[in-house]
Structure formats: C-alpha cells, structure tokens
Design a protein. Structure first.
Length: 520
C-alpha cells in the first residue's frame, strides 16, 4: 500500500524505511502539563424503557422482559456501583402506552405489577441517586413539538408523573425530550416549546432541575451572536449537549467536537444555565445514523478522549448516552443481551477509574495537543529536526496528534512495520517507555498488534525487555481513535531505545510520539 499526498494529505510524513534514528536533547521523563484539571468521570446515563427501532437491539433485546421491576432494580444498582449519580429516563410512554401508572394510557407492563418507572425511582432512592423524569413520548420518538396535541399530552404526562413522583427523594428534575437541531442556531419554535414545558414543570415542581439535550453542535454557528442569544432565551437549568462523536456527523468528528465544546463553555459563562456534556458511548453495527443499524460500544480510547475534551471545555457534569445497554457489567444477574465489546468497555472504564494500566498515561496525552514543560515548569527543548537522511517526521518533539490522519504530527510507516531507535545521548535508567498510535480502519490505518521494546548500551546489541499486545477494538467500521503501548516498571540501564511495532495485515502504522519515562 502506497500513500499519496492527493489521497491522504500528509505525503512527506510517510516513513517507509525500517530504521529511523532519532536524537533527543532531554529525556522525556521531564514532560509535564501545567494544568492538572481532574478529569470528570461519567456521572449519569439515559435509560430506554421501550424498544423503538433496531438502534435499541441491545438496549432492549427481545429475549429480556424490560417491564420486569427486578431487571430495573438490578440495573440501577449496577450503575451506582460504577459511580453514577444520575439516571435520565428517555421516555415514560410510547405509542400511547405508559411505563408508569397512568389514568389516560394503557399500561405497557402487566396489570398489578410494579411499573418500570416505579422500580427505577424506588431503587434510585435506596442508592442515593437522582432521576430526571421524562414527559414523553406523547406518541412516539417522532413527536412534533409544534403540534398542539403533542404539547397537551406532554403536559398531561408531566402532571401525572409529578403527582406520583414529585415528592420522592430520588426525583431530581425533568428531562424534556424536545430535542431539536441547533444548526445553524436553535429555532424559535424549539425555544418556545422548551419554555412552555419548563413553565409547567416549575409550576408542578418548583425546585426541580429542568434539562434538555439538543443536537446539532457539529455544524452550529457558535460564533454567531444569535446562537448565544437563542441559548439565553431558554428558561432551563441544564443543557447537556450531545457531542455527536458516536453519530459521526462528519468522518473525523473529534477535533471539531473539542473546539466546539470549548466555545460552548465560553458561551455558558453568561447564561446562568449549567453546562453539561452528553458524551456518546456508541458506534454503529452497520451503517451510521440509521434506524436499521444497532448501537454498539465504541472503543474505550475514543470514549476517554471525549470525556477529557468535555471536562477541559468546562462541562460541570459528564453524562452519557449511554452507559446502560452499552457498557454493562459482565455476569450481571439480569443480563441485557450484551453487544460485542460491552464487557470489555465496562472493564476498560472501571480500570481507568481505578488508575490501572495504560489509561492514566493515555488520558494525560489527551489533555492537550502538546506537552512542553518539565516537572519544574521549565520549557523542554527537543531536537525537532532529527539527523536522518529521510527527515520524515519527529517522534520525540512532544507534539501530539489528534484523531485525524490529516494531522501533520502523525508519522506513517508502510507495510505493517515500524522500527525506530532513539539515542538518549547518555546511559541512564529507563523506567518506562510508551508509543502512541492512531487507528482508522476506513483509511487502512491500524494499531499494531505487537509492540516490542528493546534497550542497548552501545546501539549495536539490543535486549528485548517487553512485548506489549495491542489489539484494536473490533467495532471500528466508522471510528478514529488513539491508543498506546506501554512498557513500565522496567528499571534498566540504557542509552538507546528501540521500538518495533508490527501490524499483521500490512496496514499503515501511524505513530506521533515515543515517550521515555513519561511523568503523568
């Protein structure tokens, strides 16, 4: 496979030779980032009660009775075990049947049985969790928020659920399912629909928080003053913006998402509305953005980058569509028909929360596009023009790429093989080594399956000190993400470091940085 500038846009970054010798003037152990913002864990999830279309194939599988109150109690407990505080009910009714005791709709659950909404509220109260109650669907997920009938039914649902649950300790507020596009700005009819429901909600439950979760941030005109003016017209307490990374509104959404969320954070400083992020955990089993394609777990490194981006943009809380049905505990008492990768995503997330494995370092690299200070806050000076006859890129300049193969900080290697040597200039103790890679299947760029780390005192005789297995997550039809291979707890003396990465399908390997003794 050959890379051409016209196809990939980074032409000269491709390194096709087996060996690239790099010299660094200062050991990477001094790399440090000034802003030590604590990255917020995911603190809430939406839950789906009805099956609506193929997207819910794993959230509401046919073989699971999702009207069983024990099912929902188990799920709420598991969410609490993961550290979540908020449960957002997507809809409490569907197709004119209710999941709570209603006076004007037939029940969607067996008569005489505790309803799903009651089960969620009761268990959330036991677990000290907060529930956002929905006021939909008036009819179904395609409710027209401009319809007088839809508006009337939404308020009727709200009145009933407020009477049933408004005084419960677990009742935190309302989720208004009046999602509309913010492209290029939020339309007046959406503002009017939201504010009408907010007025009803505040009349029924004066102290409850009201939340919306609009979409369309990807192509919204955030720099247009009219965008901020429309936001300020909203009477809600919380806006949890959909980050749209899972929806793949554009092929490589992560860089734009992070920039847009920074702008949203700035806009919210003058609104009095709480700024939350709705981080999308899913990718697609087949085609993207289709009701005939199931939602399945995304690779955790992609999800982690989204969480970091939302936190650094200033989001007060990071909640997600969805933890439920996407990252489910393996061995649950009430299994949900887990999609491929669900248990792995759960484990990766919990390992990150515990600070295990490579996740703390990967999180650290997501904090900024480059890391340019040592542990004392002094600038690090790297040899940014390595002495090599090819001079195709620099893997020790502390400049980190984003989730895009167009980013010029990635160095490409052909034929599934990367072989790099770093000269540390003097013999010293090496405690850890890491190499950072890009994965994007649509363009034939893959994580290496094997990363071998070697050390040498003289640059001639090398000793292998560790082999790291780094298989790409299988749900990769649409997504681009970054991961790294990490060898740690080494404590070996060396002047030269050799990193050999191998991709068995002979795809391209993209690497942006080799890190020696990284501090994070």
């Amino acid at each position: 496979m050959r890379m051409k500038r016209s196809n990939f846009g980074i032409g000269d970054l491709l390194v096709s030779k087996k060996m690239l010798t790099l010299s660094i003037m200062m050991l990477f152990s001094h790399v440090y980032l000034h802003a030590q913002t604590t990255i917020k864990p995911v603190n809430g999830t939406w839950v789906n009660l009805p099956y609506q279309d193929v997207r819910n194939k794993y959230m509401n599988p046919a073989h699971v009775d999702n009207t069983n109150p024990e099912f929902w109690k188990t799920k709420v407990r598991e969410l609490r075990e993961m550290g979540l505080t908020y449960v957002v009910i997507m809809a409490v009714a569907n197709e004119r049947k209710s999941f709570y005791p209603s006076s004007f709709m037939e029940p969607a659950y067996p008569v005489g049985q505790e309803s799903p909404v009651e089960a969620i509220m009761n268990e959330a109260e036991k677990q000290g969790m907060h529930v956002f109650m929905s006021c939909g669907w008036a009819i179904d997920q395609d409710d027209d928020i401009r319809s007088p009938e839809i508006k009337a039914i939404q308020q009727q649902i709200m009145a009933e659920t407020a009477t049933l649950f408004g005084d419960r300790k677990s009742f935190y507020g309302w989720y208004l399912p009046v999602e509309d596009s913010m492209e290029p700005i939020l339309p007046d009819h959406s503002v009017e629909a939201v504010n009408a429901l907010t007025a009803a909600a505040k009349a029924l439950t004066p102290h409850a928080q009201v939340m919306i979760s609009p979409y369309g941030v990807c192509y919204a005109s955030l720099s247009d003053p009219n965008f901020a003016r429309q936001i300020k017209k909203l009477n809600v307490d919380i806006i949890a913006y959909q980050d749209e990374v899972g929806c793949v509104r554009e092929p490589l959404p992560m860089p734009r998402m992070k920039e847009n969320f920074k702008l949203l954070g700035e806009i919210h400083r003058g609104t009095g509305i709480r700024f939350w992020s709705n981080v999308e955990s899913f990718t697609w089993e087949r085609e993207d953005n289709s009701r005939e394609s199931a939602l399945i777990p995304a690779a955790f490194p992609r999800y982690l980058s989204q969480i970091v981006g939302a936190t650094l943009a200033g989001a007060e809380e990071v909640i997600s569509f969805s933890v439920y049905g996407i990252m489910d505990k393996l061995g649950s008492e009430m299994p949900i028909g887990q999609p491929i990768g669900s248990a792995a995503s759960y484990k990766d997330y919990m390992d990150w929360r515990a600070g295990n494995g490579r996740w703390p370092l990967l999180e650290y690299t997501f904090r900024g596009e480059s890391m340019k200070h040592d542990a004392l806050g002094k600038p690090v000076h790297y040899n940014t023009h390595p002495s090599t006859p090819y001079d195709k890129g620099n893997l020790t300049d502390a400049a980190l790429g984003q989730e895009s193969f167009h980013d010029g900080r990635w160095v490409g290697f052909e034929h599934g093989k990367m072989d790099v040597v770093i000269d540390l200039k003097r013999k010293q103790t090496v405690h850890s080594i890491a190499a950072r890679f890009l994965h994007y299947r649509p363009e034939g760029i893959s994580l290496p399956q094997m990363v071998d780390f070697y050390v040498s005192a003289d640059g001639k005789q090398y000793e292998k000190i560790e082999t790291v297995v780094l298989n790409a997550f299988g749900n990769d039809l649409h997504d681009c993400w970054i991961d790294l291979g990490l060898a740690k707890d080494l404590s070996v003396q060396a002047r030269y470091i050799r990193v050999v990465a191998t991709e068995k399908a002979n795809n391209l390997i993209f690497c942006d940085e080799i890190m020696v003794n990284p501090v994070y």
